[in-house]
Every structure is written in structure tokens, then in C-alpha cells.
Design a protein around this ligand. Structure first.
Ligand SMILES: [Zn+2]
Length: 472
């Protein structure tokens, strides 16, 4: 008896002795943790955070084994890893640098803890922000960037590295290597198709992932087997899903017709069998898709939706809002037939998403938000994108994975992002409701934790007011 008591008191001593406790900076208690890989709901767990990372996720009953300088009570809430917007832009020229910089906190207030910048015309600033954020000198989501994108000679886009020869290509990629870009973005306004394929191969050889628009004069098989990382914009899947892909691609390549000429024919010759055969090939090659449905939807339906009084515009700088006119003016030139084609193109693109998911292609959520892309507002746009994914047939869990899991997967950052587990960065979003039941719950944000720092609802609202004040 004496011996048992003695042992018991030793055990109690150890349990109560603060020197035996594991020190943490923050303990997040009471929440239901969503395992974003499986959809499993974990209750009765505590997240311990030290500095910018998750120290451990442990059972509530082991609480006395930890000591922390602060606690966050998330009772009744749901926690997911931070959201990623995997296709944004910072641009519009040097005069808009500050307005672009003001978008950084706006992303965080919407639970977006990382963004992937897909090139524009203020790359030096974006590269600088990336470093400042990484070193805690600037407040914003973790920033990954392609730096300037690769294009042909005299492309319509500003700020590109323009290349016409293999030699220029190599010099271009050399300079991107020096900038330590996170991936390489390619568009094909004036870029020759052969050189386009050569960039994909060379980039891959040098260890870079590529993200690109797809030249209409190439087949999906050609670009995917060259090693393309992501197809940016789901509309590029249309031709690839048509039984006439080969034939129409050849006609476009020979200059007999334009893509626009054959678009109605493409839309009417899409079959599940052809789509699935193309998508399976893409999945096997590891080519992912960034559908950007939100921008397609918004520009397709400009005839029906008036955005003039969108309340969210108070968070966007006046100069950036002005860049939205470009697409509005272009759409305004469309006659009734062209508008109907716009609608049909969007609806068809959206309908392909179910097959894309089924094929095993990784869907990566990105919005195209930033400048030029009218009314696809940085921050809120990603939540709308996820909603469109669910409307298109994805489960809420799959929609969440496209942002949270597949973003880091593409950039090979999964060891530090995309899950709530020991060793990952403490980038978390605390939600009032369960997003697996209704994806709209991603907008019901109670708190954002960015690299271990808590921003509760009150602070987030205060930040939003500050952002709005900057745009007065
Ligand atoms: Zn874009």
C-alpha cells in the first residue's frame, strides 16, 4: 500500500511539475479539426503552435503536458489549413504598385494564407514582397511567383520576357533561375508553338514546373507529353475533349481557320469518351488543371450582371478597378450571337469539371484575381471559385483539397503546407460552420492564423476597415 501511494505521488509530481511540460506559444482548443486529406472530423484535440509552425496535435486529456503563453478558444468551431489562391496577378504598371501591395492583407482577411502569382508587369516588386513576407517584414500571404512570364516577340502583354529563338529562350530561363522563381509561366500570344514546347521541355530539365495557356495549334497530347505542369484556364480543355481535336488543331495550325471559327463545332463534338481518354493521359503525365471558372463565369455573363454597386469594391484601389474596363469594353462589342456563344462556352467548360475530377487529374483552385480581370475580386474570388466547383459536381471536400492540398502539391511544398500536423506551418482558418456540409462556410471566418499569429474576427474586421480607408 505504501509503495503504491508513493508511486502515485511520483506520478502526480511529474504531471504537475511545470519543468516537465512542453512549452508552446499557442494552444488552440475546443475546435473540430478537419483532416483535409480524408474529410475526417477530429474532436477533442488541441493544436500546439510554436513560433510559425505546428508543434503537435494532441488529445485534450494531455493538456497538462503543455504550457503556452497564449490560448485560443475555438469551441464549436471548425479548423481547416489556410486556403491557397493558386492563380492571382499583381500588375497594371508601376503607378499601381501600392494598390497591388494593399491586396496582400486583403487575401489574409479572407483566410488565404498563400497565393501563387502567375506573372504580370511588376515582377520586381512581387519578388521583393515574396522575400519581405518570408522574413516577416511585410504582412501578407506566403507568396509564390513565376516572375515575368515567357512569351513571343511583341506580345500583347506588358512585362514579359520575349523570346523568338532557342538561344533567347535559354537566356530567358537563365534570368528566371537567377530570380529564383517558384515556377515558370508561359503564354502564347505571339510565341511560336515549337518554341513553346521547347520551353516546357527545357524548364522541366532544369527542375522547374510550368504553368501555361495552350496554343490552339497544338493538341493536348503534345503539350502534356512535353511535361506541362498546369493548364491555366479550363476552357483549354474544350478542344481537347472534342472528337475532332486532331482535325481542328491541324486546320488551325495551317491557318485555314481560327479557334473562334471552329468553337461552335468544338462545343457540339465533345463526348465523355474522348474527354476521359485525353484526361487520363494528362493525369498519367501529371498535368494538372487550374479551371479559373469564376473569371470565365463573370466575363461570360457581363450582359446579365451589373457589378457597378458591388460592395466589395471598397477594398480594391481605384486604379485597379479602372483596369477592369478592358474586359468590360471587349465584352460590350459582342452581338447577341457572340454573347450566346460566351454563355455556351462557359456552361460547357463547367460541365467538364466532373470528368476532370473522375479522371484523376489534379484540380488546382485559382482565380485570376488582381487586375484586368473584371469583378473577380482578390480574396472573395477564391471562395466563389470553390462554390462554382461544387456547383459543377465536386464534393466540398474535393473543392477544398483543390485549394489547400493541390496548391502545395504543384509547387512541391507539401512537407510544410496543406495539413494540420506537426512540422507544418501554422497557417489555419477557423470557421463558424462545417465547410464539408456547405462550401459557403469558408466565408464564415472566425479567425485566421498566419504562421502562428492569431487574427480573430475583431482584428480581421479592423484590418478590412483599414484596407477600405486606403482606397478612399
Ligand atoms: Zn491569369
Amino acid at each position: 500500500m505504501k509503495k503504491t501511494l508513493c508511486l502515485l505521488s511520483i506520478a502526480l509530481l511529474i504531471a504537475c511539475n511545470p519543468t516537465e511540460q512542453t512549452p508552446a506559444d499557442l494552444l488552440i482548443k475546443g475546435a473540430t479539426i478537419i483532416d483535409i486529406k480524408t474529410g475526417e472530423l477530429l474532436e477533442g484535440k488541441v493544436i500546439a503552435v510554436r513560433a510559425d509552425s505546428i508543434l503537435s496535435v494532441f488529445d485534450e486529456r494531455d493538456l497538462n503536458q503543455y504550457s503556452a503563453t497564449s490560448e485560443f478558444d475555438a469551441t464549436g468551431k471548425f479548423i481547416i489549413p489556410g486556403l491557397w489562391d493558386n492563380h492571382v496577378h499583381f500588375g497594371g504598371g508601376d503607378t499601381l504598385i501600392q494598390e497591388n501591395k494593399n491586396l496582400l492583407p486583403l487575401y489574409v482577411t479572407h483566410g488565404i494564407t498563400a497565393v501563387r502569382d502567375a506573372a504580370a508587369d511588376i515582377s520586381p516588386s512581387v519578388l521583393q514582397w515574396r522575400e519581405e513576407i518570408a522574413h516577416g517584414k511585410l504582412f501578407g500571404p506566403t507568396l509564390f511567383t513565376s516572375g515575368p512570364k515567357l512569351e513571343g516577340f511583341q506580345s500583347m502583354w506588358a512585362g514579359d520576357i520575349e523570346i523568338s529563338t532557342v538561344e533567347e529562350m535559354n537566356k530567358g530561363i537563365d534570368s528566371l533561375e537567377r530570380m529564383k522563381v517558384d515556377f515558370i509561366k508561359i503564354t502564347d500570344n505571339t510565341l511560336k508553338p515549337d518554341l513553346y514546347l521547347e520551353i516546357i521541355r527545357e524548364a522541366r530539365k532544369r527542375g522547374f514546373k510550368t504553368s501555361a495557356h495552350i496554343p490552339y495549334s497544338l493538341t493536348m497530347e503534345q503539350v502534356s507529353s512535353a511535361g506541362l505542369g498546369t493548364v491555366e484556364h479550363g476552357s483549354y480543355l474544350l478542344k481537347a475533349s472534342s472528337t475532332k481535336e486532331m482535325e481542328l488543331t491541324e486546320q488551325i495550325a495551317s491557318g485555314k481557320v481560327t479557334y473562334r471559327d471552329v468553337l461552335p463545332e468544338i462545343l457540339s463534338t465533345i463526348t465523355e469518351e474522348k474527354a476521359m481518354s485525353t484526361y487520363t493521359m494528362m493525369a498519367e503525365n501529371g498535368t494538372a488543371v487550374v479551371p479559373t471558372l469564376n473569371i470565365s463565369f463573370t466575363t461570360s455573363y457581363l450582359d446579365q450582371q451589373d457589378h457597378a454597386n458591388d460592395a466589395y469594391q471598397r477594398y480594391i484601389g481605384k486604379g485597379l478597378l479602372k483596369t477592369y474596363n478592358w474586359r468590360v469594353e471587349r465584352a460590350a462589342k459582342d452581338d447577341e450571337k457572340a454573347i450566346a456563344l460566351r454563355h455556351a462556352t462557359y456552361e460547357k467548360t463547367k460541365s467538364l469539371l466532373r470528368w476532370v475530377q473522375k479522371s484523376g487529374i489534379k484540380i488546382v483552385a485559382g482565380t485570376d484575381a488582381g487586375y484586368l480581370n473584371s469583378f473577380v475580386y482578390p480574396g472573395i474570388a477564391l471562395h466563389q471559385e470553390l462554390q462554382l466547383f461544387v456547383e459543377a459536381g465536386l464534393k466540398p471536400l474535393q473543392a477544398l483539397q483543390s485549394s489547400i492540398v493541390n496548391g502545395p502539391w504543384f509547387l512541391e511544398k507539401s512537407s510544410k503546407y496543406g495539413a494540420i500536423e506537426s512540422g507544418k506551418f501554422a497557417d489555419l482558418v477557423v470557421l463558424n460552420e462545417n465547410p464539408l456540409l456547405d462550401i459557403k462556410a469558408t466565408q464564415k471566418i472566425n479567425a485566421v492564423i498566419l504562421k502562428g499569429k492569431v487574427f480573430d474576427r475583431k482584428v480581421l474586421d479592423h484590418l478590412l476597415e483599414e484596407i477600405a480607408a486606403k482606397n478612399q
